[in-house]
Write a protein that binds this ligand. Structure first.
Ligand code: IPM
Ligand code: MG
Length: 360
């Protein structure tokens, strides 16, 4: 029976990179003997243009009825796009937050990995890079500042805005459990990142993570304050295996971690709930400036599709084959513009997809 996959191409470069990911998935399906059935869904600006809102309830229902969601990227240029003249809750990003919450995707996995072949793109000095690094940012995705009460008001003629950072112990426990489980399959280290020297929510975070750690004596737990972590990521990124952190810190640190790999166009992500269901998307944005030029790097989306096969469909062999095909293409010297270096062959989005699909 065919696996039902919801596909959200989205905005900007989204449709181009998703098309290449589907191409590679189809190659894997043909080789490993499984079937995928795609249902295209609208979200973000693409949905605003058609439905007036960034995400409809019907779309949520269709996403829920699938085994996994593969997404491109959403959003446009905030300075020029008419989407950003709308109320905040009607803008493209609101659709993304809404689907995360509606599907209960509390665990966001963002691997940041330095490809041997792409060392030249890493902005860090050679002695810092050393043997390279390979970390997994586990970001809590449905709580904290993103989903607490917010309000803008005027008090005595003075404008005021409030955002609330709330976590309960259950929200912390479930992401911590995921963090330790993933660490077990990696190098067995969790670094929990918080701001426990200032915030109550961080003190609770730390206490609950300590409790969960008791069930994982084989995993080494450390704690780090978020400001220090931001610094350590560029001082010695190899020290990290799994970084476990709350929503806002994870948003910021994952951008930083992706930059130190030198190639944000390479980084995939998975957002999971308590079941096998997940939403898979590249870690980068919709890059409206290069949309429809055929030059975007589709690899992050292709690698997200591989994560989808592994985590939601249990098709590990096919996932491994896609990852190996990506490496092979890099080894052969093919590069999109964002990761181009001397002596390599520059290719466009479609050609990169073709090359990878052919090597699956
Ligand atoms: C991300 C993005 C989103 C976030 C935005 C687009 C709302 O930056 O996925 O990291 O802040 O979560
Ligand atoms: Mg972000």
């Amino acid at each position: 029976m065919a696996h039902k996959i919801a596909v959200i191409p989205g905005d900007g470069i989204g449709p181009e990179i998703v098309a290449e990911a589907c191409k590679v998935l189809d190659a894997a399906a043909a080789k490993f003997g499984f079937e995928l059935e795609y249902t295209k869904l609208l979200m973000g600006g693409a949905s605003i243009d058609v439905n007036g809102v960034p995400l409809t309830d019907e779309t949520i229902a269709q996403a829920k009825a699938s085994e996994a969601v593969l997404m491109g990227s959403i959003g446009g240029d905030a300075n020029t796009s008419s989407w950003y003249k709308l109320e905040p809750q009607l803008r493209p990003e609101a659709g993304l937050l809404k689907i995360r919450k509606a599907l209960n995707l509390f665990a966001n996995l963002r691997p940041a990995y330095l490809y041997e072949e792409l060392k030249a793109a890493c902005p860090l000095r050679d002695e810092i890079i050393g043997e390279g690094f390979d970390m997994m940012i586990m970001r809590e995705l449905t709580g904290g500042l993103y989903f607490g009460a917010r309000e803008t008001s005027i008090e005595n003629g003075i404008r005021k805005a409030v955002d609330t950072l709330v976590y309960n112990e259950e929200e912390i426990r479930r992401i911590a459990v995921k963090g330790f489980e993933i660490a077990r399959k990696r190098r067995g280290k969790v670094c929990s990142v918080d701001k426990a020297n200032v915030l109550d929510s961080s003190r609770l975070w730390r206490a609950v993570v300590e409790e969960v750690a008791k069930d994982y004596p084989d995993v080494e737990l450390s704690h780090m304050l978020v400001d220090n972590c931001a610094m350590q990521l560029v001082r010695d990124p190899a020290q990290f295996d799994v970084i476990l952190t709350e929503n806002m810190f994870g948003d910021i640190l994952s951008d930083e971690a992706s930059m130190v790999t030198g190639s944000i166009g390479m980084l995939s992500s998975a957002s999971l709930n308590e079941t096998k269901f997940g939403l898979y998307e590249p870690s980068h944005g919709s890059a409206p400036d290069i949309a429809e030029k055929g030059i975007a790097n589709p690899i992050a989306t292709i690698l997200s599709a591989a994560m989808m096969l592994r985590y939601s469909l249990d098709l590990d062999e096919a996932a491994n084959a896609i990852e190996a095909a990506v490496r092979q293409v890099l080894k052969e010297g093919y590069r999109t513009g964002d990761i181009m270096s001397e002596g390599c062959t520059r290719v466009g989005t479609v050609q990169m997809g073709d090359l990878i699909a052919a090597r699956v």
